[in-house]
Design a protein around this ligand. Structure first.
Ligand SMILES: Cc1cc2nc3c(=O)[nH]c(=O)nc-3n(C[C@H](O)[C@H](O)[C@H](O)COP(=O)(O)OP(=O)(O)OC[C@H]3O[C@@H](n4cnc5c(N)ncnc54)[C@H](O)[C@@H]3O)c2cc1C
Length: 379
């Protein structure tokens, strides 16, 4: 997309139409500021983007299944201003050696795996007898074994972790996991948060409403012509990768990426659930999504379903999960110091902060950033 014909001046130039940029834009517009949003993709919504699948009518989350959940009532009330939410509760199943178990590990998982009928009060003692005492776990494998024992680790954690990070868990730092939740009840809901659900029409209409009142340029990379774009507004809100802003002058931050392969199948129901993890290394994908199950209330084309196979991979242009080695953290610290010295710019969101955030965290951060900006009268 070429440069726009008008040279209108804005209070804010927002780089990125993901959740951070869009929530900030909504707050700025609500407070009477003019906003231009630049988005290098051809659609709004960042990684939350969803679209109705053309042939089937099924809502597909293009960058992986996204479930909204939050413990914070104010954030729940805020997002509900922009969409009705369904009462969907997420459950995750995992396939190991041809059998299906529920995640996170709960009483049902343990009883099915060991062929037992343990009662809730018996789980702790049962696991304690299987957990070796490892004073100082040297890597992720030792840490996980010290938490759930060797058998559950080998079945549900080892293979999945190896596929996701393309490294043996023995080569990964113990610090990646602090705790592994083990539920002593049959509760198999994936998230604990009080407020959970899915936007009834998918995520994209939320972004359309958040961005109403802002001007938007799609297919436009800010970094390709940054001096021009910076001249168009008093302040910049940047939600792209922090290392890209500084032209990778100290090197690139490490990210894992995913490849998502979509297939339409002539069956009404492929796997009976929205997400099935594959724990074993002899299956190359990490999970299969079947988005139809996210919206059982919707009527879609019969005898057809969409499935999305997810593979973990490296792709510098599609950052999904920060790797966060000690070297990455050191590098991020250097970029963070440089970012703090940049005049006229505020950085926010997962790419600028090099962190995995759930959506509710990003909404809260964008609202806070907007409060600080707008009350300080920065623009
Ligand atoms: C596979 C996966 C599943 C997830 N599932 C969940 C879930 O179930 N629940 C949950 O709460 N969270 C989930 N998340 C997290 C959620 O995706 C993030 O919290 C959210 O998308 C972060 O929003 P953001 O605005 O920070 O970043 P993004 O959504 O990445 O938005 C940044 C935007 O900036 C644009 N941009 C970058 N650089 C430039 C540039 N130079 N010029 C113009 N535009 C630029 C990008 O194209 C992008 O659109 C998941 C994440 C992943 C990876």
């Amino acid at each position: 997309m070429g440069l726009p014909m008008t040279n209108r001046q804005y209070d804010y130039l927002i780089v990125g139409s993901g959740l951070f940029g869009s929530v900030f834009a909504q707050q700025a517009v609500e407070n009477g500021r003019s906003v231009l949003v630049l988005e290098k993709r051809t659609h709004i919504g960042g990684n939350c983007y969803s679209a109705e699948h053309e042939d089937t009518g099924i809502i597909v989350h293009r960058y992986g299944t996204h479930i909204f959940h939050t413990p914070n009532k104010a954030i729940w009330d805020y997002v509900n201003r922009f969409s009705a939410f369904t009462r969907y509760r997420h459950r995750v199943l995992t396939k190991h050696r041809g059998r299906v178990y529920s995640m996170p590990i709960n009483l049902g998982t343990i009883n099915a795996f060991y062929g037992l009928d343990l009662k809730p009060g018996e789980v702790d003692a049962f696991l304690a007898a299987r957990r070796p005492r490892i004073e100082r776990p040297a890597n992720l494998e030792e840490k996980a074994i010290s938490l759930v024992g060797e058998e559950l680790y080998r079945a549900f954690i080892a293979g999945y972790t190896e596929k996701q990070w393309a490294r043996s868990p023995r080569e990964l730092p113990a610090s990646i996991i602090n705790r592994l939740p083990v539920r002593t009840s049959y509760d198999d809901s994936y998230f604990d948060d009080t407020w959970q659900g899915l936007p009834a029409e998918g995520y994209t209409p939320i972004f359309e409403r958040l961005l109403a009142g802002a001007d938007i340029e799609l297919g436009c990379d800010f970094l390709a012509d940054r001096d021009y774009w910076r001249s168009r507004a008093r302040r910049v809100i940047y939600t792209g990768p922090v290392d890209a802003w500084f032209d990778y002058c100290h090197g690139r931050l490490g990210w894992r990426s995913v490849r998502l392969d979509t297939e339409v199948l002539p069956v009404g129901d492929f796997q009976g659930t929205s997400v099935m993890n594959y724990a074993d290394t002899d299956v190359s994908w990490t999970r299969i999504h079947e988005p139809k199950h996210l919206h059982p209330e919707r009527s879609v084309r019969e005898n057809t379903t969409v499935i999305v196979r997810e593979y973990s991979q490296v792709d510098d242009d599609a950052p999904y999960y920060p790797i966060g080695t000690a070297a990455d953290q050191e590098l991020f610290g250097r970029y963070q110091e440089m970012a703090a010295r940049e005049a006229g710019v505020r950085m926010g969101g997962r790419l600028a902060q090099y962190r995995y955030f759930d959506m509710h965290h990003v909404v809260a951060q964008a609202l806070k950033a907007a409060r600080e900006e707008l009350s300080a009268g920065a623009a």
